[in-house]
Structures are given as C-alpha cells and as structure tokens.
Design a protein around this ligand. Structure first.
Ligand code: F6P
Length: 329
C-alpha cells in the first residue's frame, strides 16, 4: 500500500443545491476514511454549520442505508456569512476546536468558491466532490445528481407528450439550469423535443416561430419546447407568451418542473459516480493532495485545481443542438 499521510480527523459537508447521490458520496467518504484510520465529523448545513458549530461524529453505522436516498443527511444551505472574513474565521475556530485536519466539500460552484478561499486563508487541505444537478463544473464529465435529474425530466416530459398529443398542444417545459443548458440539451435529445432553449445560445422568438411553422406544415400538431431556466428568453412562461404574441393559433401550456428535479433516489450511474468520487476524495487527502476537485474524465479519475473547476465552465457541445434539430424534424 502507498505510504499515506497521517490524518486523524476529516470533516465532510454538503453545500449549495442538494443533488441525488450526495448521500452515497457521504457514505463513501466516511467508510473510506474509517478504513484508513481516521475519524469523520459531519458538518450540518454546509458552511453555516461550520460557523454555528453544528458538528456530529459519523461512524460507519451512521451512514448505513443512505446510499439509495435522495437529498443529504447532512442538510445543505447557501451561506451568506461564509462570504465574509468574520464568518470564515468563526468557521475555522470551530474546525480547530473539533481537531479536524482536512475537509471534503460536496457541492457545486458556490461551494468550491468558498472552499478555495478557506483553504488558502487558513491552510487547511480541502478536496471538492462535484455534487450538483447542473453539471456545470469543469473537470468532470458528470457531476453527482445530474443523471438522476435528467431521468426525472425525461419521465415527466414523456408524460407531457401523451397529453400534448391528445390535445394538439405545444408545451413549454422549464428545466433547471440557471447558467448552464446541460439538462435542457440532453433531455431535449432524449425526449425528441421540437425546440431546446439554453443560456449558452440565443434563440429568438422568430427562430422558434420558423421551426414551429415548418412543423405545422409537416402535420405536427403537438410539440415540446424544453427551456432552461436561465435561457435568455426569460424562461418558459416568457417564451410561451412571446410565441402567443406573434401567433395566437398555438394552443400552448407551460410546465415548470422546478425542484422535483432535485429529489428522488439516485440512479445507478449517480450511485456509482458518488461512491467513486467519495472514495477518491479521501484517498487524495491521504496522499497529501490539496485544494483540488476530484472528477471523472473519460472513465478515469482526474483531479483539477478547485480554481479551474469553477473558473472554466464546462462547454456545451454545439453539435448536439444540430443533432437535436435534425432528429426532431
Ligand atoms: O444549483 C443547482 C440549482 O438546482 C439550479 O439549477 C437552480 O437554479 C438552483 O439550484 C435553485 O436553487 P434554490 O434551491 O436555492 O431555489
């Protein structure tokens, strides 16, 4: 076995929007750390719990039977106080008080922004585990929760297609993705949507009108337009309104899937991803790695500096939009 740095106590927390599979990652962190001889403390409600001294010891049995559960047993929050130096100082005092020598941060963009600052200011090793349904982090082909959220969307849209078809309706379905269109793009392909609107690419109401007119000519009487919440059009309600404004003949309906996408049991893919990332995050700490995010790239474990994970957004594959357009004619 590789010679490992001695770490006696590790802290783990989830922060930002929760994502299915976070529990599987917590379980992997706890059990790997225990196997390597360290104790694990769970920090409740992310950075807020660090500031307000909400720590619990996690033994192996505390993480049993959580692998298949959505949400996070450690709870999650977006901490405003941690953005201040006073907040981070309080958090560090509590970390020291509990004898925690290294941290595993499970979350997304905001979580890693805080982690990177904290690690630099107080010289505490931190490894980030990408947990967000948005998949908007650079350095991992997929983030924990992304696959589950997409499956939830696909199931919902399949149902909407039934009723859209029966009533000859055009449905605008809003999916999550404040800054990223990954969920919208892939679920659009998987459901054969007639239109996919994402923040990365501008689609005007006129572009959409042309597609819809062509579809009508071909005899398509119903349709699905997937709209990422962060799309420049302003979202599904706004786009539906604009379409109605220029052509009132469409029988439109809007469905906002919202937080439904964040819940539910993680898929097999998310359980495996979370287990791997939790395991390798702890390994990384024991191997003396620091200030990195652990990810999967081309099926292999990869580490990227936290700074890069948050700075360089993952890029949308533009060719996939072309593919979606061709396949939904
Ligand atoms: O970051 C994940 C995410 O689900 C985004 O897609 C969405 O915009 C946001 O969280 C919603 O956040 P909240 O739960 O605070 O409403």
């Amino acid at each position: 076995m590789v010679k490992r740095n001695k770490i006696k106590r590790i802290g783990v927390f989830t922060s930002g929007g929760d994502a299915p599979g976070m529990n599987a990652a917590i379980r992997a962190v706890v059990r790997t750390a225990i196997t390597y001889g360290a104790e694990v403390y769970g920090i409740l409600r992310g950075y807020d719990g660090m500031i307000y001294d909400d720590f619990i010891e996690l033994k192996s049995q505390n993480v049993s039977n959580i692998l298949q559960r959505g949400g996070t047993i450690l709870k999650s929050a977006r901490s405003m106080e941690f953005k201040t130096i006073e907040g981070r100082k309080k958090a560090f005092e509590n970390i020291q008080k509990h004898g925690i020598e290294a941290l595993v941060a499970i979350g997304g963009d905001g979580t890693f922004t805080g982690a990177q600052k904290f690690s630099q200011e107080f010289n505490i090793p931190i490894i980030g585990v990408p947990g967000t349904i948005d998949n908007d982090l650079f350095g991992s082909d997929s983030t924990i929760g992304y696959d589950t959220a997409m499956n939830t969307v696909v199931e919902a849209v399949d149902r909407l297609k039934d009723t859209a078809d029966s009533h000859n309706r055009l449905f605008f379905v809003e999916v999550m993705g404040r800054d990223a269109g990954f969920i919208a793009l892939n679920t659009g392909i998987a459901t054969g949507a007639e239109g996919i609107l994402i923040p990365e690419i501008e689609t005007t109401v006129n572009d959409l009108k042309i597609t819809l007119k062509t579809n009508l000519k071909k005899g398509k009487t119903s349709g699905i337009i997937i709209v990422a919440e962060g799309d420049q059009s302003g979202g599904a309600y706004e786009m539906a309104r604009k379409v109605k404004e220029i052509d009132n003949s469409y029988n439109t309906r809007v469905t906002v899937l919202g937080h439904v996408q964040r819940g539910g049991a993680p898929t097999l893919a998310d359980r495996i991803l979370a287990s791997k990332l939790g395991f390798y995050a702890v390994e990384a700490l024991f191997l003396g790695k620091d200030n990195l995010m652990v990810g999967i790239q081309n099926n292999k474990i990869a580490y990227v500096p936290l700074e890069n994970a948050i700075k360089h957004n993952s890029e949308i594959d533009h060719d996939m939009l072309r593919l979606a357009r061709i396949l939904s004619i």
